[in-house]
Design a protein around this ligand. Structure first.
Ligand code: GLP
Length: 262
């Protein structure tokens, strides 16, 4: 796991966007796994800037989103479908038929989940998966106690996650109880996992993910087993990492051929 501590959210997001852009440039038909929430917003606006100002082309890119609320129509303002169109897709040139977001209104959720897994496989697997982390250590919507080898399926949200996500809804009562999420096992098959975590309220989850034991109680901790996981934090989210100085030292002293040069 590579831990990169950046001074602030902007610098961290720009670095994350460069890593995504590098994958897109090297493989113009790459498959990207996308996340929602506040965390990737600046990374997404930077990708839009690369597209508009530096001709970064997304025409052959395929995307799969991590998750969606069950029972919300794509047009619902708090759906992840709406979020993605508003904050990313509207400004990029990804063809609509290559954009995949779980269908929260599917009448047969298990069948839909199998089909979603099949579509990821048929696309050749995910080259780079963007991730955020929940305050309880979830990735996607894989709440604590999720099987670390789980596949796309329905999950029930914890009270904490419903509280955390309430600002996107009228109030907590309106946050759906159920979601469809890629599984931890699905996420782990991505060739690169790029996790972003910002702010003091993520500091505990980040410390448990990076330095705690691998446990289903902190689903993100399984990223310790991933061959290419990059975690980019701001100073606040890194504030409870015991080995923060070592991670900084490693990043500052990377061999020149291993550095991110943009
Ligand atoms: C939701 C999403 C996650 C996201 C998490 C953190 O639960 N399903 O993919 O990482 O929230 O959200 P935020 O980035 O707003 O802190």
């Amino acid at each position: 796991m590579e831990v990169i501590i950046q001074p602030d959210i902007k610098t961290a997001s720009v670095l994350g966007a460069h890593i995504v852009a590098r994958v897109v440039k090297r493989k113009p038909d790459a498959v990207l796994g996308l996340a929602t929430g506040n965390t990737p917003l600046l990374l997404y606006s930077e990708l839009i800037r690369f597209h508009k100002e530096e001709n970064l082309d997304f025409e052959y890119i395929t995307t799969f989103n991590l998750d969606e609320y069950v029972g919300l129509a794509p047009s619902h303002p708090a759906s992840y479908n709406s979020f993605m169109w508003k904050n990313l897709f509207i400004d990029l040139n990804i063809p609509r038929h290559r954009i995949h977001i779980p269908d929260g209104l599917s009448p047969d959720i298990p069948a839909f989940c199998r089909q979603y897994e099949g579509a990821i496989k048929a696309a050749g697997g995910i080259d780079l998966q963007i991730l955020g982390i929940g305050t309880d250590g979830h990735i996607g919507f894989n709440e604590p106690s999720s099987s670390l080898s789980s596949r796309t399926r329905i999950k029930t949200l914890t009270m904490q996650t419903r509280k955390d996500n309430a600002p996107f809804f009228e109030d907590e009562e309106h946050v759906p109880q159920h979601v469809i999420t890629m599984g931890v096992g699905t996420i782990m098959e991505s060739r690169i996992c790029l996790m972003l975590a910002f702010g003091a309220k993520k500091a505990d989850a980040v410390a448990r993910m990076v330095e705690g034991p691998i446990t289903a109680s902190v689903p993100a901790s399984i990223l310790q087993m991933h061959q290419h996981a990059i975690v980019i934090t701001d100073e606040e989210a890194a504030s409870k990492l015991e080995r923060a100085d070592y991670y900084r030292w490693v990043y500052d002293n990377k061999p020149y051929w291993q550095k991110y040069s943009f």
